[in-house]
Structures are given as structure tokens and as C-alpha cells.
Design a protein around this ligand. Structure first.
Ligand code: 13P
Length: 342
């Protein structure tokens, strides 16, 4: 695929008013999410839940793309269409998680490295054949005493860049996701520092490995106070710190920054994105690629039962709509009460 097409896909994913649904939970993660609502994770339940999200009428107005898991991209929905086709028929761009998760990093206690490069070129070609137009690879960086090490930042950045270069060769837009975890007692200043160092290391490697910046998206954490810090930064402080950090290290050639929610509450994740977009215009689109922050209320409303699918869809559509407004800096907390039926 030529570069112009990849740039067009990247830009479509961050079209005004739209963002991405991350529905690419691995089998272990979706099992934990289902357990939280007392539902056993079977293949059919996972299919039913995701089909409910993907068939929500009106969601495509706010959701440009969906990141799928390997199982989902091969699944057929209840009407006989492939789930990937269900999305494509709505004009939603299908994407795929291609990393194989994290493992402890050798000789670096407490740090992780993401695996999945072996055979990646062939897997990317297969996923493209199955309809994926973009991919995702998540690296995880932990803040702790003396952590992260530059060693950890380096190996994760190198893997992210190898993945991104392969994606572009195979005609997929890479979403480059270095996630600095929000867990811990650290301050927002420490998060700023680690996020800046992480991104600087990642962009160094992307450059070295010839990755084309207009043909990728960045999926980072926001700059936040650690979850166990008694002082929690305000929405305005988070917006200011996050924008300052990204202006420092993210080249303007990157079309969009699509934040992960990382464990923030759904409404706070929306408020933060909104506060950032109110401070625009920025060199890049500032959008969302939320998992939990788009799905949590929907998962709860569904509760594992098809009879609650309407309530699950209404909850999902509402969060999608709120985040769509946040893309323009037009979200108001008062709108949270205006849920519309699907
Ligand atoms: P959260 O928004 O729940 O952090 O998930 C986004 C994601 O894709 C993490 O890899």
C-alpha cells in the first residue's frame, strides 16, 4: 500500500469528533472484566458482548475504528456476517492488537518487555487479509523507586519501532502505544518526566528505524498523579501538563495522539480529553482510544444477559457521544444525565 493511503487511514481514525474503541482485551483480560460482573468468559459470551457493542446504532458517528483481538477478527456474528464485516458495513475501520503481551524483562526486576516480533510480518499479512487496516502494540513502563531504567525504555522502544516499520511495509497503520502506568504513589511531576523520557526514546527509535510519522498514530498515557498519591492533580493541571509534555517531544508530523484511559474513571477520562481540546488548536489531533473508559458502564448494564443488550448499547453510545464532544472541547458534566435510548 502506498504511503498516501496509510496517511489517509491514520487521518480517518482521528477525524473530527471521532476516536477509537479499544476492544482488544486478551483472553486473560476479558476474563477479569467479565469476572467483575460475575459472568463466565466463554467464546460465545465474548462474541455476544462485542457484537452488542459493534451493532450499536449511531456509534459510528463518534467511533472511527475498533481494535480487535485475534479471536474477534475471526468470529462470526449472530446474523452470519463476520464481526469485522459488521464494523466495515457501518463505516468503522477494523484494527488488530498484534503484540503478544508482556513478560518480565531479564535482569531488570519489576520491569516488563512486550513480546511478539517473531513471525510478525506473516501475521500482519494475514490480518490485512482478514480486513484489518491498522494495528496496535502496547509497551508498559512502570514508575517506581529507581524505575524505569533506560534499559527498559530502550528495549521497549526498539520493539515498538520494529513493529511500526513492519506494519507500514505490510500496509497497516501502526498505533504505537508506550503506556506509562498510573499505579503508584508518584507525583504528576514524576509522571511528566517519565512520559517525556519514554516518548523521546520511542521517537529516537522510530526515526532510526525509518518509520514514517505521517503514517502512524501515538497512543500514550496522559500525564497524571500516581493513583496512590494523596494529592491528585486537577483536570486543568492534567490538561496543561499533558499538552506541555507532548509539545516538547511529539513531532507535528504525527497526525494524531489517541489517549488510552489506563484505569481512569470513564467521566474523568472524558473531562481530561475535553480540557485538552479546549486549549487547542494543537499540532496533532487529540483523540481517544479508550478500552475501559468507553466500555465500563456498558459492560455493567449488559451484565452477561442478551435481554440487557439495549441498556448495554445505550450506555456505550452515551460514552461514545460524550467523548465525541470532548474531541471538540464541547463536553459538559451536566450532559452525563442526558442518556438517550438506543
Ligand atoms: P484502557 O483505555 O482501558 O487503558 O485500554 C486501552 C488499551 O488499548 C490498552 O492497551
Amino acid at each position: 500500500m502506498d504511503g498516501g493511503t496509510l496517511n489517509a487511514v491514520a487521518r480517518a481514525l482521528v477525524a473530527p469528533g471521532k476516536g477509537i474503541l479499544a476492544a482488544d482485551e486478551s483472553s486473560g483480560t476479558i476474563e477479569r472484566r467479565f469476572k467483575s460482573i460475575g459472568v463466565e468468559s466463554t467464546e460465545d459470551r465474548r462474541r455476544a458482548y462485542r457484537e452488542m457493542l459493534f451493532t450499536t446504532r449511531g456509534a459510528a458517528e463518534f467511533v472511527s475504528g475498533v481494535i480487535l483481538y485475534d479471536e474477534t477478527i475471526r468470529q462470526t456474528g449472530s446474523d452470519g456476517r463476520q464481526l469485522v464485516q459488521v464494523l466495515a458495513d457501518e463505516g468503522v475501520i477494523p484494527g488488530i492488537k498484534v503484540d503478544k503481551g508482556t513478560k518480565p524483562l531479564a535482569k531488570a526486576p519489576g520491569e516488563l518487555v512486550t513480546e511478539g516480533l517473531d513471525g510478525l510480518r506473516e501475521r500482519l499479512a494475514e490480518y490485512r487479509g482478514l480486513g484489518a487496516q491498522f494495528a496496535k502494540w502496547r509497551a508498559v513502563i512502570t514508575i517506581g523507586e529507581g524505575l524505569p531504567s533506560q534499559y527498559c525504555l530502550g528495549v521497549n522502544a526498539q520493539a515498538l519501532a520494529r513493529y511500526a516499520a513492519l506494519c507500514q511495509e505490510e500496509g497497516l497503520v501502526p498505533i504505537v502505544e508506550p503506556e506509562v502506568l498510573m499505579d503508584g504513589p508518584h507525583s504528576i511531576e514524576r509522571c511528566y518526566e517519565v512520559t517525556r523520557d519514554t516518548l523521546q526514546t520511542v521517537f529516537d527509535e522510530l526515526y532510526r528505524q525509518r518509520v514514517s510519522l505521517p503514517e502512524m498514530l501515538l497512543k500514550p498515557n496522559m500525564v497524571l498523579s500516581g493513583t496512590e498519591n494523596a494529592t491528585q492533580a486537577s483536570v486543568d493541571q492534567v490538561a496543561e501538563a499533558t499538552i506541555a509534555c507532548f509539545r516538547d517531544v511529539v513531532p507535528a508530523a504525527v497526525p494524531g495522539i489517541v489517549f488510552l484511559s489506563g484505569g481512569q474513571s470513564d467521566e474523568l477520562a472524558t473531562a481530561h480529553l475535553d480540557a485538552m481540546n479546549r486549549r487547542g488548536p494543537h499540532p496533532w489531533e487529540l483523540s481517544f482510544s479508550y478500552g475501559r473508559a468507553l466500555q465500563a458502564p456498558s459492560l455493567k448494564a449488559w451484565g452477561g444477559s442478551d435481554t440487557n443488550a439495549g441498556a448495554g448499547q445505550a450506555a456505550y453510545l452515551h460514552r461514545a457521544r460524550m467523548n465525541g464532544l470532548a474531541r471538540f472541547g464541547r463536553y459538559e458534566a451536566a450532559l452525563e444525565k442526558e442518556k438517550v435510548a438506543v
